[in-house]
Ligand binder design. Structure first.
Ligand SMILES: [Zn+2]
Ligand SMILES: [Zn+2]
Length: 377
């Protein structure tokens, strides 16, 4: 009885350790680039959020993010009667001070908060957010001038929640004339395909058609742990930026060149040029061994990422235990059993990755090369 209790206690401790360990948002680097997990849209009491900026920083530390952007609304300040806001750069400074010497990169930004069109947009890597907003009592700056000012400051600007039902009642992201002008004039560089709880196929198509960076963000106002049920294995949406260096400038360059993917509800969303190297870095073959006296092969895969991959076999091979689906658990080894009769080694298995999207309704295909540890006797 005592041993049973001890065992239960040990299991509880190891489960807790595992939950902690799995909290970090982790994806492997790809050839030539670091894979940096970034949440580039969030709020605090400095606009309409419910927490002080140090909480955003601590949440990012817990998720082991590489970068966050501080993006308070410029025009929507519901706490203003209680908390006067003389300086729109202040939330960034408070966050930076709260970060101490932690390697988390904190990027200054602001949310341009207008009616549709253009709706809401984040400008990040700003040098002075105050220049984007009129002083109290003055008439608002023309929105095109605001985007122009952001560009002058070298900002990267992206369209927030383009499918938000408060501004698009049908939930369909669609370009207005103003958006086309912003894109043509180099004033809008990215678009959220995933924002907090929503995903938009139409936003993804807009990104592909107009060469915009693909982003996923939390847009958190409350707490990351509650909103995204982290204790139950949930995660905030992030943008994976493939960067030449692990710096703010590396992230800026990755965004400018559209080397991004979004990670939202266990789904990777991006262009093939980024997703294929990421998928191949994430899923590798650990080994393969024939069952003695048979041509049936036990194959072991390793998943180096946070994604729980769902793979659909699209090759000529058939499997011995599963039908055509293999689920690959995050940060774990997973086996499947291949019937090799009639084929020569190495065996090339193609899988459609069902929880990755390169265009609406389109899943990328990866090829795994499987060689055997011991030849068939
Ligand atoms: Zn917004
Ligand atoms: Zn927002």
């Amino acid at each position: 009885m005592r041993y049973a209790l001890l065992l239960v206690a040990l299991l509880m401790i190891s489960n807790r350790a595992q939950a902690q360990e799995h909290r970090a948002i982790e994806f492997p680097d790809i050839p030539g680039y670091y894979t940096l997990a970034c949440d580039l849209h969030m709020h605090t009491v400095f606009s309409d959020g419910s927490v002080w900026p140090d909480i955003r920083v601590q949440e990012a530390h817990r998720d082991e993010l590489d970068a966050i952007a501080v993006t308070e609304h410029l025009e929507y300040l519901p706490h203003r009667a209680d908390l006067p806001l003389p300086d729109h750069n202040r939330a960034f400074e408070v966050a930076k001070n709260a970060n101490h010497d932690h390697p988390l990169i904190i990027i200054p930004g602001a949310e341009i908060t207008r009616a549709m069109p253009p709706g809401h947009a984040n400008a990040i890597f700003l040098t002075d957010a105050n220049a984007l907003v009129a002083d109290r009592g003055e008439t608002a700056i023309d929105v095109m001038d605001v985007f122009e000012e952001a560009k002058q400051q070298g900002a990267f600007t992206f369209w927030n929640h383009p499918a938000w039902t408060s501004q698009r009642a049908d939930g369909v992201a669609e370009l207005d004339e103003m958006h086309r002008t912003l894109i043509e004039e180099g004033l809008l560089h990215g678009i959220e395909v995933a924002n907090q709880f929503t995903y938009s196929d139409e936003a993804l198509q807009i990104a592909l058609d107009h060469n915009l960076a693909i982003l996923g963000t939390s847009d958190v106002h409350g707490l990351i742990d509650w909103d995204f049920e982290v204790a139950k294995g949930g995660h905030r949406p992030v943008t994976l930026v493939f960067a030449e260096e692990r710096t703010a400038e590396g992230i800026h360059e990755g965004l400018r060149t559209r080397r991004t993917a979004a990670w939202h509800r266990n789904t990777l969303i991006g262009r093939e040029s980024e997703l294929l190297p990421l998928l191949h870095a994430s899923i590798t073959v650990a080994g393969a061994e024939f069952r003695p006296g048979t041509s049936v092969l036990n194959v072991t895969l390793i998943n180096h990422s946070d994604a729980r991959f769902l793979l659909r076999n699209t090759s000529d091979f058939t499997f011995h235990e599963d039908a055509d689906l293999v689920e690959v658990a995050p940060h774990a080894q997973t086996g499947f059993v291949l019937k090799t009769s009639g084929h020569d080694a190495p065996y090339l298995i193609t899988f459609e990755v069902l929880n990755a999207i390169t265009a609406p309704g389109t899943h990328p295909e990866i090829t795994l090369t499987i060689d055997t540890d011991s030849s068939l006797e």
